[in-house]
Design a protein around this ligand. Structure first.
Ligand code: LMR
Length: 395
Protein backbone atom coordinates (compact mmCIF):
# COMPACT_ATOMS: atom_id res chain seq x y z
CA UNK A 1 0.00 0.00 0.00
CA UNK A 2 0.95 3.66 0.19
CA UNK A 3 3.33 3.17 3.13
CA UNK A 4 5.68 1.03 1.06
CA UNK A 5 5.95 3.43 -1.86
CA UNK A 6 9.55 4.46 -2.48
CA UNK A 7 10.54 8.11 -2.82
CA UNK A 8 11.08 9.16 -6.45
CA UNK A 9 14.20 11.16 -7.25
CA UNK A 10 13.64 14.88 -7.89
CA UNK A 11 13.16 15.90 -11.54
CA UNK A 12 16.50 16.61 -13.25
CA UNK A 13 15.35 20.12 -14.24
CA UNK A 14 12.25 21.20 -12.30
CA UNK A 15 13.62 19.59 -9.12
CA UNK A 16 16.43 22.15 -9.21
CA UNK A 17 13.92 24.98 -9.42
CA UNK A 18 12.22 23.60 -6.30
CA UNK A 19 15.61 23.52 -4.54
CA UNK A 20 16.34 27.03 -5.82
CA UNK A 21 13.09 28.37 -4.37
CA UNK A 22 14.04 26.91 -0.98
CA UNK A 23 17.58 28.38 -1.09
CA UNK A 24 17.78 31.40 1.23
CA UNK A 25 20.99 32.91 -0.17
CA UNK A 26 20.37 36.31 -1.76
CA UNK A 27 23.10 35.91 -4.37
CA UNK A 28 21.58 32.71 -5.81
CA UNK A 29 21.08 32.47 -9.61
CA UNK A 30 18.88 29.92 -11.40
CA UNK A 31 20.40 28.84 -14.72
CA UNK A 32 18.68 25.46 -14.74
CA UNK A 33 15.12 25.54 -16.14
CA UNK A 34 14.70 26.98 -19.64
CA UNK A 35 12.89 30.19 -18.82
CA UNK A 36 13.73 33.61 -20.26
CA UNK A 37 14.42 36.48 -17.88
CA UNK A 38 14.61 40.17 -18.78
CA UNK A 39 17.16 42.70 -17.49
CA UNK A 40 15.24 43.07 -14.22
CA UNK A 41 15.34 39.33 -13.59
CA UNK A 42 11.66 38.79 -14.37
CA UNK A 43 10.06 36.35 -16.81
CA UNK A 44 7.86 39.00 -18.42
CA UNK A 45 4.36 38.77 -19.81
CA UNK A 46 4.76 40.02 -23.39
CA UNK A 47 2.91 43.25 -24.25
CA UNK A 48 1.15 41.49 -27.14
CA UNK A 49 -0.11 38.88 -24.65
CA UNK A 50 -1.44 41.52 -22.23
CA UNK A 51 -3.22 43.26 -25.09
CA UNK A 52 -4.74 40.01 -26.36
CA UNK A 53 -5.90 39.17 -22.84
CA UNK A 54 -7.63 42.56 -22.56
CA UNK A 55 -9.50 41.84 -25.77
CA UNK A 56 -10.38 38.34 -24.61
CA UNK A 57 -11.83 39.50 -21.32
CA UNK A 58 -14.17 41.74 -23.30
CA UNK A 59 -15.09 39.27 -26.00
CA UNK A 60 -15.08 35.88 -24.29
CA UNK A 61 -18.61 34.54 -23.99
CA UNK A 62 -18.26 31.07 -22.55
CA UNK A 63 -16.06 28.75 -20.56
CA UNK A 64 -17.67 25.72 -22.21
CA UNK A 65 -15.48 22.82 -23.30
CA UNK A 66 -13.32 23.12 -26.38
CA UNK A 67 -13.48 20.38 -29.03
CA UNK A 68 -11.26 17.37 -28.24
CA UNK A 69 -8.66 18.59 -30.75
CA UNK A 70 -8.82 22.17 -29.52
CA UNK A 71 -9.97 25.61 -30.54
CA UNK A 72 -10.49 25.81 -34.33
CA UNK A 73 -9.01 29.29 -34.92
CA UNK A 74 -5.96 28.40 -32.79
CA UNK A 75 -5.45 25.27 -34.86
CA UNK A 76 -5.62 27.10 -38.16
CA UNK A 77 -3.34 29.96 -37.01
CA UNK A 78 -0.76 27.57 -35.63
CA UNK A 79 -0.98 25.35 -38.70
CA UNK A 80 -0.12 28.39 -40.81
CA UNK A 81 2.77 29.31 -38.49
CA UNK A 82 4.26 25.80 -38.57
CA UNK A 83 3.52 24.64 -42.10
CA UNK A 84 2.68 27.79 -44.09
CA UNK A 85 1.58 26.63 -47.54
CA UNK A 86 4.20 23.89 -47.69
CA UNK A 87 1.86 20.99 -47.10
CA UNK A 88 -1.69 20.59 -48.45
CA UNK A 89 -4.11 21.36 -45.64
CA UNK A 90 -6.07 18.12 -46.05
CA UNK A 91 -2.92 16.08 -45.34
CA UNK A 92 -2.49 17.68 -41.90
CA UNK A 93 -4.09 16.53 -38.64
CA UNK A 94 -3.82 19.43 -36.21
CA UNK A 95 -4.43 18.97 -32.49
CA UNK A 96 -4.07 21.58 -29.75
CA UNK A 97 -2.05 20.17 -26.85
CA UNK A 98 -1.17 21.25 -23.31
CA UNK A 99 2.35 22.50 -24.04
CA UNK A 100 5.13 20.82 -25.96
CA UNK A 101 5.27 18.09 -23.34
CA UNK A 102 1.58 17.27 -23.84
CA UNK A 103 2.11 17.21 -27.60
CA UNK A 104 5.07 14.84 -27.29
CA UNK A 105 3.19 12.54 -24.95
CA UNK A 106 0.19 12.22 -27.28
CA UNK A 107 2.53 11.79 -30.27
CA UNK A 108 4.44 9.08 -28.38
CA UNK A 109 1.21 7.21 -27.57
CA UNK A 110 0.14 7.52 -31.19
CA UNK A 111 3.42 6.01 -32.36
CA UNK A 112 3.21 3.22 -29.78
CA UNK A 113 -0.37 2.28 -30.60
CA UNK A 114 -0.74 2.98 -34.30
CA UNK A 115 2.76 2.48 -35.71
CA UNK A 116 4.05 -0.46 -33.65
CA UNK A 117 6.68 -1.93 -33.68
CA UNK A 118 8.13 1.55 -34.23
CA UNK A 119 10.99 2.56 -31.96
CA UNK A 120 11.70 6.21 -31.16
CA UNK A 121 15.31 7.27 -31.70
CA UNK A 122 16.36 10.20 -29.51
CA UNK A 123 19.54 12.24 -30.00
CA UNK A 124 22.29 11.70 -27.47
CA UNK A 125 22.10 13.89 -25.49
CA UNK A 126 18.55 15.21 -25.50
CA UNK A 127 16.10 17.07 -23.26
CA UNK A 128 16.03 15.25 -19.92
CA UNK A 129 12.27 14.61 -20.23
CA UNK A 130 12.19 13.05 -23.72
CA UNK A 131 13.09 9.57 -22.53
CA UNK A 132 10.51 9.54 -19.76
CA UNK A 133 7.76 10.89 -22.01
CA UNK A 134 8.32 8.30 -24.72
CA UNK A 135 8.70 5.45 -22.26
CA UNK A 136 5.53 6.44 -20.38
CA UNK A 137 3.78 6.60 -23.75
CA UNK A 138 4.79 2.98 -24.33
CA UNK A 139 7.17 3.68 -27.20
CA UNK A 140 10.47 1.74 -27.11
CA UNK A 141 13.35 4.24 -26.96
CA UNK A 142 16.74 4.08 -28.69
CA UNK A 143 19.38 6.72 -29.20
CA UNK A 144 21.47 8.10 -32.03
CA UNK A 145 24.78 9.94 -31.89
CA UNK A 146 24.46 13.72 -31.86
CA UNK A 147 27.19 15.51 -29.94
CA UNK A 148 30.87 15.10 -30.75
CA UNK A 149 33.41 14.07 -28.11
CA UNK A 150 34.43 17.73 -27.64
CA UNK A 151 30.88 18.20 -26.26
CA UNK A 152 30.49 21.42 -28.20
CA UNK A 153 29.90 20.43 -31.84
CA UNK A 154 27.80 18.07 -33.92
CA UNK A 155 29.10 14.60 -34.75
CA UNK A 156 27.41 14.75 -38.12
CA UNK A 157 28.94 11.60 -39.61
CA UNK A 158 28.14 9.65 -36.43
CA UNK A 159 24.56 10.91 -36.53
CA UNK A 160 24.04 9.91 -40.16
CA UNK A 161 25.61 6.50 -39.78
CA UNK A 162 23.44 5.75 -36.72
CA UNK A 163 20.33 6.82 -38.61
CA UNK A 164 21.37 4.57 -41.49
CA UNK A 165 22.66 1.55 -39.57
CA UNK A 166 20.68 1.35 -36.33
CA UNK A 167 17.16 2.00 -37.63
CA UNK A 168 14.55 -0.10 -39.42
CA UNK A 169 11.97 1.34 -41.84
CA UNK A 170 9.03 2.66 -39.82
CA UNK A 171 11.11 3.73 -36.82
CA UNK A 172 10.65 7.30 -35.59
CA UNK A 173 13.50 9.81 -35.22
CA UNK A 174 13.08 12.70 -32.86
CA UNK A 175 14.83 15.86 -34.06
CA UNK A 176 15.11 19.21 -32.33
CA UNK A 177 13.92 21.52 -35.12
CA UNK A 178 16.10 24.35 -33.77
CA UNK A 179 17.99 25.41 -30.63
CA UNK A 180 18.92 21.88 -29.56
CA UNK A 181 18.16 21.30 -25.88
CA UNK A 182 20.50 20.84 -23.96
CA UNK A 183 23.50 21.66 -26.18
CA UNK A 184 22.57 24.63 -28.39
CA UNK A 185 24.29 22.76 -31.25
CA UNK A 186 22.19 22.78 -34.45
CA UNK A 187 22.83 21.28 -37.89
CA UNK A 188 23.55 23.74 -40.72
CA UNK A 189 21.06 24.15 -43.57
CA UNK A 190 23.22 21.85 -45.75
CA UNK A 191 23.37 19.24 -42.99
CA UNK A 192 19.58 19.32 -42.68
CA UNK A 193 19.37 18.44 -46.38
CA UNK A 194 21.47 15.36 -45.76
CA UNK A 195 19.56 14.41 -42.58
CA UNK A 196 16.24 14.70 -44.41
CA UNK A 197 17.59 12.59 -47.30
CA UNK A 198 18.64 9.79 -44.94
CA UNK A 199 15.33 9.89 -43.03
CA UNK A 200 13.41 9.70 -46.28
CA UNK A 201 15.52 6.97 -47.91
CA UNK A 202 15.44 4.83 -44.73
CA UNK A 203 11.65 5.16 -44.50
CA UNK A 204 11.78 6.74 -41.02
CA UNK A 205 9.12 8.91 -39.38
CA UNK A 206 10.54 12.32 -38.46
CA UNK A 207 9.20 13.71 -35.18
CA UNK A 208 10.20 17.35 -34.81
CA UNK A 209 10.26 18.95 -31.39
CA UNK A 210 9.73 22.62 -32.21
CA UNK A 211 9.83 24.45 -28.87
CA UNK A 212 12.19 27.37 -29.52
CA UNK A 213 11.17 28.88 -32.86
CA UNK A 214 12.48 32.43 -32.93
CA UNK A 215 15.19 31.97 -30.32
CA UNK A 216 17.96 30.84 -32.69
CA UNK A 217 18.24 33.06 -35.76
CA UNK A 218 14.63 34.24 -36.12
CA UNK A 219 11.20 32.79 -36.92
CA UNK A 220 11.90 32.01 -40.58
CA UNK A 221 15.51 30.91 -40.21
CA UNK A 222 14.63 28.59 -37.34
CA UNK A 223 12.12 26.75 -39.54
CA UNK A 224 14.71 25.79 -42.17
CA UNK A 225 15.32 22.32 -40.73
CA UNK A 226 11.60 21.61 -40.43
CA UNK A 227 10.91 22.83 -43.96
CA UNK A 228 13.74 20.73 -45.36
CA UNK A 229 12.34 17.62 -43.69
CA UNK A 230 8.80 18.40 -44.85
CA UNK A 231 10.02 18.86 -48.43
CA UNK A 232 11.59 15.40 -48.47
CA UNK A 233 9.31 13.28 -46.27
CA UNK A 234 5.67 12.45 -46.99
CA UNK A 235 4.93 11.81 -43.29
CA UNK A 236 6.02 13.73 -40.20
CA UNK A 237 4.89 14.75 -36.73
CA UNK A 238 5.61 18.26 -35.46
CA UNK A 239 5.25 18.91 -31.73
CA UNK A 240 5.28 22.66 -31.24
CA UNK A 241 5.30 24.69 -28.04
CA UNK A 242 4.39 28.34 -27.47
CA UNK A 243 5.70 28.42 -23.90
CA UNK A 244 8.92 30.18 -24.83
CA UNK A 245 8.24 32.26 -27.92
CA UNK A 246 4.99 33.71 -26.53
CA UNK A 247 6.24 33.55 -22.92
CA UNK A 248 3.12 31.49 -22.06
CA UNK A 249 4.91 28.88 -19.92
CA UNK A 250 2.15 28.30 -17.38
CA UNK A 251 -0.71 28.48 -19.86
CA UNK A 252 0.41 25.19 -21.47
CA UNK A 253 0.03 25.97 -25.15
CA UNK A 254 1.29 23.57 -27.78
CA UNK A 255 0.19 21.54 -30.76
CA UNK A 256 0.66 18.31 -32.68
CA UNK A 257 0.78 18.73 -36.44
CA UNK A 258 0.72 15.32 -38.06
CA UNK A 259 1.44 15.19 -41.79
CA UNK A 260 0.07 12.15 -43.61
CA UNK A 261 0.70 11.13 -47.19
CA UNK A 262 -2.98 11.54 -48.19
CA UNK A 263 -6.20 13.08 -46.84
CA UNK A 264 -7.78 9.76 -45.78
CA UNK A 265 -4.70 8.88 -43.71
CA UNK A 266 -4.79 12.36 -42.14
CA UNK A 267 -8.46 11.90 -41.14
CA UNK A 268 -7.85 8.46 -39.68
CA UNK A 269 -4.80 9.74 -37.77
CA UNK A 270 -6.80 12.68 -36.43
CA UNK A 271 -9.53 10.32 -35.18
CA UNK A 272 -6.92 8.25 -33.32
CA UNK A 273 -5.22 11.34 -31.86
CA UNK A 274 -8.62 12.42 -30.53
CA UNK A 275 -9.13 9.03 -28.86
CA UNK A 276 -5.78 9.50 -27.09
CA UNK A 277 -6.59 13.05 -25.98
CA UNK A 278 -10.00 12.03 -24.68
CA UNK A 279 -8.57 9.32 -22.43
CA UNK A 280 -5.71 11.56 -21.26
CA UNK A 281 -7.19 14.96 -20.44
CA UNK A 282 -10.46 15.00 -22.41
CA UNK A 283 -9.91 18.33 -24.14
CA UNK A 284 -7.36 21.13 -23.85
CA UNK A 285 -7.49 24.38 -21.85
CA UNK A 286 -8.80 27.49 -23.58
CA UNK A 287 -7.05 30.60 -22.34
CA UNK A 288 -3.47 30.27 -23.61
CA UNK A 289 -4.56 29.04 -27.02
CA UNK A 290 -7.04 31.90 -27.28
CA UNK A 291 -4.20 34.35 -26.59
CA UNK A 292 -2.05 32.89 -29.37
CA UNK A 293 -4.98 32.79 -31.80
CA UNK A 294 -5.89 36.42 -30.99
CA UNK A 295 -2.33 37.62 -31.58
CA UNK A 296 -1.84 35.71 -34.82
CA UNK A 297 -5.20 36.86 -36.21
CA UNK A 298 -4.30 40.53 -35.71
CA UNK A 299 -1.62 42.14 -37.88
CA UNK A 300 -0.66 44.77 -35.31
CA UNK A 301 -0.40 42.27 -32.47
CA UNK A 302 1.57 39.88 -34.68
CA UNK A 303 4.00 42.70 -35.51
CA UNK A 304 4.37 43.50 -31.81
CA UNK A 305 4.92 39.79 -31.01
CA UNK A 306 7.67 39.52 -33.63
CA UNK A 307 9.39 42.61 -32.22
CA UNK A 308 9.22 41.28 -28.68
CA UNK A 309 10.48 37.87 -29.79
CA UNK A 310 13.39 39.55 -31.61
CA UNK A 311 14.21 41.46 -28.43
CA UNK A 312 14.38 38.24 -26.42
CA UNK A 313 16.61 36.59 -29.00
CA UNK A 314 18.97 39.56 -29.25
CA UNK A 315 19.24 39.78 -25.48
CA UNK A 316 20.19 36.10 -25.24
CA UNK A 317 22.93 36.64 -27.86
CA UNK A 318 24.23 39.60 -25.86
CA UNK A 319 24.26 37.52 -22.68
CA UNK A 320 26.26 34.84 -24.49
CA UNK A 321 28.79 37.51 -25.54
CA UNK A 322 29.03 39.01 -22.06
CA UNK A 323 29.54 35.61 -20.48
CA UNK A 324 32.28 34.70 -22.97
CA UNK A 325 33.99 38.09 -22.36
CA UNK A 326 33.62 37.62 -18.61
CA UNK A 327 35.19 34.17 -18.69
CA UNK A 328 38.08 35.50 -20.80
CA UNK A 329 38.91 37.87 -17.89
CA UNK A 330 39.20 34.97 -15.43
CA UNK A 331 42.86 33.96 -15.12
CA UNK A 332 43.40 30.36 -16.21
CA UNK A 333 39.78 29.77 -17.27
CA UNK A 334 39.19 27.85 -20.51
CA UNK A 335 38.05 29.60 -23.70
CA UNK A 336 34.26 29.73 -23.81
CA UNK A 337 33.96 31.31 -27.26
CA UNK A 338 32.24 28.15 -28.56
CA UNK A 339 29.11 29.46 -26.79
CA UNK A 340 28.83 32.13 -29.48
CA UNK A 341 28.14 29.51 -32.16
CA UNK A 342 25.39 27.82 -30.19
CA UNK A 343 21.72 28.69 -30.58
CA UNK A 344 18.84 29.40 -28.26
CA UNK A 345 18.63 29.41 -24.50
CA UNK A 346 21.02 26.58 -23.74
CA UNK A 347 24.65 25.61 -23.96
CA UNK A 348 26.68 22.74 -22.69
CA UNK A 349 29.22 24.44 -20.45
CA UNK A 350 31.54 21.46 -20.12
CA UNK A 351 30.99 21.44 -16.34
CA UNK A 352 30.85 17.94 -14.90
CA UNK A 353 28.05 16.81 -12.59
CA UNK A 354 30.40 17.30 -9.63
CA UNK A 355 31.32 20.81 -10.73
CA UNK A 356 27.62 21.63 -11.26
CA UNK A 357 27.02 20.40 -7.72
CA UNK A 358 29.84 22.52 -6.34
CA UNK A 359 28.55 25.57 -8.22
CA UNK A 360 25.23 25.15 -6.47
CA UNK A 361 26.45 24.36 -2.96
CA UNK A 362 29.30 26.90 -2.87
CA UNK A 363 27.85 29.79 -4.88
CA UNK A 364 24.10 29.22 -5.19
CA UNK A 365 24.34 29.02 -9.00
CA UNK A 366 21.99 26.31 -10.27
CA UNK A 367 22.78 24.53 -13.55
CA UNK A 368 21.54 21.12 -14.72
CA UNK A 369 23.76 18.18 -13.71
CA UNK A 370 24.68 17.55 -17.36
CA UNK A 371 26.44 20.94 -17.35
CA UNK A 372 23.64 22.59 -19.32
CA UNK A 373 23.45 26.34 -18.69
CA UNK A 374 20.38 28.43 -19.42
CA UNK A 375 22.02 31.54 -20.85
CA UNK A 376 18.62 33.28 -20.94
CA UNK A 377 18.53 33.23 -17.13
CA UNK A 378 21.85 35.05 -16.57
CA UNK A 379 21.89 38.27 -14.56
CA UNK A 380 23.93 40.67 -16.69
CA UNK A 381 24.62 43.01 -13.76
CA UNK A 382 26.36 40.17 -11.94
CA UNK A 383 28.17 38.65 -14.89
CA UNK A 384 31.64 39.06 -13.37
CA UNK A 385 30.47 37.40 -10.15
CA UNK A 386 28.94 34.51 -12.15
CA UNK A 387 32.12 34.09 -14.22
CA UNK A 388 34.18 34.09 -11.02
CA UNK A 389 31.97 31.34 -9.61
CA UNK A 390 32.26 29.21 -12.77
CA UNK A 391 36.03 29.76 -12.86
CA UNK A 392 36.11 28.85 -9.17
CA UNK A 393 34.69 25.37 -9.74
CA UNK A 394 36.75 24.81 -12.89
CA UNK A 395 40.10 25.53 -11.22
C1 LMR B 1 13.80 23.01 -20.03
O1 LMR B 1 14.37 22.18 -20.73
O2 LMR B 1 14.33 23.55 -19.05
C2 LMR B 1 12.39 23.43 -20.37
O3 LMR B 1 11.98 22.80 -21.53
C3 LMR B 1 11.45 23.31 -19.24
C4 LMR B 1 11.16 21.89 -18.87
O4 LMR B 1 9.98 21.56 -18.80
O5 LMR B 1 12.09 21.11 -18.63
Amino acid sequence: RFDSIPLAPPDAILGLTEAFAADTRSEKMNLSVGVYKDASGVTPILKCVKEAEKQLIESEKTKGYLPINGQPDYRSQVQQLVFGDRVESDRIAMVQAPGGTGALRVAGEFLARQCSPTRVFLPSPTWANHNAIMQSAGAPVESYTYLADDRRSLNFEGMLSDLRDKTRPGDAVLLHACCHNPTGVDPTAEQWQEIARVISSQGLIPVLDFAYQGFGDGLEADAVGLHTVLDKCAEAIVCSSYSKNFGLYSERVGAIGLVASNPAAASASLSQLKVLVRSNYSNPPRHGAAIVATILADQELTRLWKTELDEMRIRITQLREKFVEGMAKQAGAPDFSFLLKQKGMFSYSGLTAMQADELRTKYGVYVVGSGRINVAGMDEDRMDWLCGAVAGVLS
